[in-house]
Design a protein around this ligand. Structure first.
Ligand SMILES: NC(=O)c1ccc[n+]([C@@H]2O[C@H](COP(=O)([O-])OP(=O)(O)OC[C@H]3O[C@@H](n4cnc5c(N)ncnc54)[C@H](O)[C@@H]3O)[C@@H](O)[C@H]2O)c1
Length: 273
């Protein structure tokens, strides 16, 4: 148990990678504060874990929500050692995803028919301001709000700590939509800046960049997309959420005591940072 006696706040812990991180950290002895937009899902995740854990409703794009939930977790457990920014979205209303997917389907149909594709798979030109801001608000602003509040508490308590931000391989490859790729790239910038600023306090900040991972976000995609995604991974498959959780647990633990500002890739060899 490498995390025994520590308390971790995890955002997006209601399902997928966040739920797997909650399970892994609990197995390693940590007390988990599971934050999610969907309180019922977060509650159901912690109900299945051994030990002392709590769930909180929190929309990470709202700083007041973040402050309230993280303060409540500190109140409940009496300390805060870790924060994991896992809440993330790939689409938002007004981001032109419908037109993008329609164009991609039309192009794929042309290719399947042996035709030379004439359809441009545009995303940028269909992106409204709200759509762009919606993804940034969760993926980037949310992580900033969580880092800020966690560090405020660690500083008040004069306690060292460790933070992990869940980025994505798309930050390296550029694959994906404009707002998503930009938000995940910016998270790496935030990680590097905070690692340097917070090192004197003994607070380490790292990122994990997963490749395609078998979570509910993937379940709505057409099978041919999944197959082609898996074929592009040298290890020949998607990651399981527990494999990403293992990387997070390592970075939080004392095994990574001299690691800060790094990006640990968990992508089956697709891209190297
Ligand atoms: N699944 C993948 O292939 C993959 C690959 C690379 C990176 N990632 C990143 O990993 C993270 C988790 O991905 P996942 O596949 O488990 O996603 P998911 O959609 O399965 O789960 C995301 C969770 O975040 C919660 N959430 C969404 N918006 C929120 C908000 N505003 N406030 C609080 N909670 C919110 C959801 O309720 C959900 O429980 C995301 O940041 C994602 O970008 C995923």
């Amino acid at each position: 148990m490498t995390l025994k006696g520590k308390t971790a706040v995890i955002t997006g812990a209601g399902q997928g990678i966040g739920a797997a991180i909650a399970a892994k950290l609990a197995n390693e002895g940590a007390q988990v504060a599971a934050l999610d937009l969907n309180l019922e899902q977060a509650q159901s995740v912690i109900r299945n874990l051994d030990g002392d854990h709590a769930a909180y409703a929190c929309n990470v794009s709202q700083s007041a929500d973040v402050i309230k939930a993280i303060r409540a977790a500190r109140e409940t457990f009496g300390r805060l050692d870790f924060a994991v920014n896992c809440a993330g979205i790939g689409q938002a209303k007004g981001d032109g995803s419908d037109k993008f997917y329609a164009a991609m389907n039309a192009r794929n149909a042309q290719l399947a028919a042996g035709e030379t594709p004439t359809t441009f798979v545009d995303h940028l030109i269909h992106m409204e301001d709200d759509g762009w801001a919606g993804v940034m608000a969760v993926n980037l602003n949310g992580a900033f709000y969580v880092c800020r509040e966690a560090v405020r508490i660690m500083a008040e308590d004069e306690r060292a700590g460790s933070i992990v931000n869940i980025s994505s391989t798309s930050a390296q490859s550029g694959e994906g939509s404009p707002h998503y790729v930009t938000s995940k790239s910016a998270l790496i910038g935030l990680t590097r800046q905070l690692a340097r600023e917070l090192a004197p306090r003994g607070i380490r900040v790292n990122a994990v960049a997963p490749g395609p991972t078998n979570t509910p976000i993937m379940h709505g995609l057409p099978q041919e997309w999944i197959t082609s995604m898996e074929q592009s991974v040298p290890l020949g498959r998607m990651a399981e959420p527990s494999e990403v959780a293992g990387a997070v647990s390592y970075l939080l633990s004392d095994d990574a005591s001299f690691v800060t500002g790094s990006v640990l890739v968990a992508n089956g060899g697709s891209y190297c940072f």
